[in-house]
Ligand binder design. Sequence first.
Ligand code: 5GP
Ligand code: MG
Length: 178
Amino acid sequence: MKTVRVKDKDFSLYMSEATIVERVKEVASKIDADYRDSKPLFLVVLNGSFVFAADLLRNIDFPCEISFIKMSSYQGTSSTGKVKQLLGLNESIEGRTVIIVEDIIDTGYTMQELVNLLNEKNPEQVVITALFVKPNNIKVPLNIDYKCFEIENDFIVGYGLDYDGYGRNLSDIYKVVE
Ligand code: 5GP
Ligand code: MG
């Protein structure tokens, strides 16, 4: 079994790039059929989604805009504590179809927060696309419109996903060796 070392941990091959790309193309053609007439705005969630987005969006064959966002969290001064912020959304999304492109949904808290922030800006609809979902770990109700793969609760790297900043450039997906 092929293994790689990323920082201080060993990872073993989990899913090949060819397998991922084949599935991503399938999902792209579903989105292509479903949203062809809605001139959507694709919102790619940085950093982890950049490879997924590149493969997905090159298989979308209708007029669309693509933009990039980042979530940041900081301790607020109010008693509500942690406040998440949306960085980089410069377009108005009022009345538009927004399709989120996310690498992985684990507990779902990040996605829930993102959907709430977007809904405050009165879009027509918010659609969720995820490369990986860990169904056994989801803590919040989320309607995930398109998911490429459901996986176990293992920690994975590669194809854009990192371990402590490293491993994003691996072509395939690897999972941590416990
Ligand atoms: P959630 O809010 O759904 O718990 O977490 C989502 C974020 O946690 C993802 O966007 C990603 O940054 C990180 N994450 C969750 N699971 C993994 C994993 O297996 N590998 C990597 N590299 N990041 C993960
Ligand atoms: Mg992410």
